[in-house]
Design a protein around this ligand. Structure first.
Ligand code: NAI
Ligand code: 15L
Length: 265
């Protein structure tokens, strides 16, 4: 058990799940977001903080043994928004780790770091990145920062290219990309229990029959996803009209993000 685990993005979708389900991982959960959250409960600390504020982030990371870094812009947006939260924010986080001695991080990367790969291609940790927008580029940047801080300073990061982490798969594409909350929580536990993590790339998906991703290189973590999006196929196919054969959502792994333009103010 850690003394203090920091969860950034704690007011968001996955942050709320982590707040509820990671209590057993540390004596204290430090919960942070740029927006207000429900007040601190037992064994919790709540800190409102913009990841773009370097001094505030250093203070935030102080006395933490590990970080689940979920905070940031989680979809495509203007460069101003993306760069504050996902570029400056990631730099600020790793600088704070270096200065305060926090040495294990889970970085919520995204499938949009590899979104321009076609769905017919099977990827693994060595596949080249093909970001599908500014958001995807920011996730590639985050993975690169994680790599540099590992090789130069020994700060370990599990870079999790999360597919689609929601209660259920919502469309045909998510029959390949879906990760259940239970499987994500199992992964977080494995990462913080492993004696050594290094800086691996992990595809954040359940044991989906229709998966495009091979996690063979991270078997050392002992993570065994249990859920399968296939269980939802009948429901998804009944609810979603069949997309055109050349629609981005059926051609590219990143789906509709590949067709999004550059957002301007
Ligand atoms: P979310 O958008 O619900 O949560 C992100 C949180 O970050 C929000 O509460 C937001 O207020 C906070 N945030 C944004 N800018 C910030 C800033 N400048 N300073 C501090 N906090 C800031 O997203 P969700 O779904 O919970 O995702 C969490 C993480 O996982 C994100 O980094 C996202 O990119 C990543 N991810 C999620 C996937 C999913 O399927 N849920 C798929 C791939 C990646
Ligand atoms: C992501 O990176 C987003 O954060 C999430 O909201 C979903 O859009 C997900 O990718 C996805 O590709 O389904």
């Amino acid at each position: 058990m850690m003394n203090r685990l920091l969860i950034t993005g704690a007011a968001g979708g996955l942050g709320t799940v982590c707040r509820d389900r990671l209590k057993h991982m540390a004596k204290t959960l430090r919960l942070s977001d740029v927006v207000e959250m429900p007040p601190a409960g037992e064994n919790e600390e709540v800190v409102v903080c913009d990841l773009g504020d370097k001094a505030a982030v250093e203070e935030l990371v102080k006395d933490c043994d590990g970080i689940v870094h979920l905070g940031g812009r989680s979809i495509e947006d203007t460069w101003e928004v993306i760069s504050n939260a996902n570029i400056d924010g990631v730099f600020n986080l790793y600088e704070a780790c270096r200065k305060t001695g926090c040495n294990r991080v889970i970085f919520a990367s995204s499938n949009h770091a590899i979104g321009f790969h076609e769905q017919s291609v099977k990827l693994d940790a060595n596949s080249v990145t093909k970001p599908d927008g500014l958001y995807g580029v920011s996730k590639v940047f985050g993975e690169a920062m994680a790599s540099m801080y590992w090789h130069k300073f020994g700060i370990e990061t599990a870079c999790v290219r999360i597919g689609s982490c929601f209660p259920e798969p919502k469309n045909r594409r998510m029959l390949s990309t879906w990760m259940s909350y239970d499987d994500f929580m199992r992964l977080i536990e494995c990462v913080f229990r492993a004696p050594k993590v290094g800086c691996p790339i992990i595809y954040g998906a359940s044991k989906n029959d229709a998966s495009w991703w091979d996690n063979g290189q991270v078997s050392f973590l002992g993570w065994a996803p249990q859920d399968n999006a296939e269980d939802f196929r009948a429901k998804v196919e009944a609810e979603e009209e069949m997309p055109a054969i050349d629609a981005p959502v059926v051609v590219y792994q990143g789906g509709g993000f590949t067709a999004d333009g550059i957002h301007e103010d």
